[in-house]
Ligand binder design. Sequence first.
Ligand SMILES: *[C@@H]1O[C@H](CO)[C@@H](O)[C@H](O)[C@H]1NC(C)=O
Length: 408
Amino acid sequence: MSSSTAALTAASAASAALLVLAAFAGGVEARERESAWLPAAKKMAAAPKKVAAAAAKVPAVIVFGDSTVDTGNNNVVATMLKSNFPPYGRDLGAATGRFCNGRLPPDFMSEALGLPPLVPAYLDPAYGIADFARGVCFASAGTGLDNATAGVLAVIPLWKEVEYFKEYQRRLRRHAGRAAARRIVRDALYVVSIGTNDFLENYFLLVTGRFKQFTVGEFEDFLVAQAAGFLAAIHRLGARRVAFAGLSAIGCLPLERTLNALRGGCVEEYNQVARDYNVKLNAMIAGLQSSLPGLKIAYVPVYDDMLNLINNPSTLGELYIFGAVLFSFFTGLLSQIICFTYAGLENVEQGCCATGMFEMSYLCNEKNPLTCPDADKYFFWDSFHPTEKVNRFFANSTLQICLRELLS
Ligand SMILES: *[C@@H]1O[C@H](CO)[C@@H](O)[C@H](O)[C@H]1NC(C)=O
């Protein structure tokens, strides 16, 4: 390489440098594919062919739930729970109302299925029915399976999300015609993520009467019954392929860790509740699938994915290539300094925003000087919500399950 570049002029040497770098990057990529130390990345790299086949069969991604999947509906709701200001959206280029530095799992799933890279919020006036025909989000941050949960921060209750879904279908029929509308509703991939707020914002915060009315076990049963009612309702309205997220390890959210400061670590009681609820949710899902014709529901094990990442933060590592090409035009020698690092998550306990201990919504704002410079090193963006990097991981993991259980 050095002998062939010796005669080059400065201008062509610069372009040669790019070629050399490209060649090196290409070589690294090839090695990366063969190596065994990036199993997660390998799994994702193997997916595209299957995803492409499934994509042809999925006309839209339709989303219900809470802040984990709300792409901006709360922007136009009279609530304190908003995130349409910086530093939210910092790595997306705009604060859209997503509770994240970037995109949410449904956005990544939509993109992977050949649909738009952002799933529009139904209440966002910038979008119309032509957009919603390819994907729409009815989710509202702060909501829950229990009607009372939405009341705590005056957000959209789940029954109202279903009402919006009915209105959407009327608009879709006018826009695309009856037959096409029915096809879109039937073949769409539904993503549902809800339940955290029922425990953390309602039951355990003692702000509604639920903690007096129910034991925690009874409250789990009550919530699972609400989830069953919701699934039956969207099935009646034509939904057939549903990815339903279980509860995450809610005791490990930074806010709960902070409240647990005296003992330190995750709140084990809350994680136990999440595990119990997930068992009941799974049983309900199995029952519904056999009683409701044509309905396929995939349970998404967010709890396990989350704890696996927290316990093995380097899983989300990436190969970084630092390249520097130095020229000496006098000697014509080209030398390269290339070094590689493998970096994973560095912080799985605090949020990137502000102190990371309790801030979210308006408390996570631009004026706070403590916000971390690189959200990719963090599991959590604010005290309650994952970073884009983690959302991408959740999206890939969910998509694998959807391909296997809903779209094959
Ligand atoms: C929740 O509210 C809706 C609308 O008011 C109502 O139809 C539904 O029965 C309520 N659910 C429960 C469990 O109270």
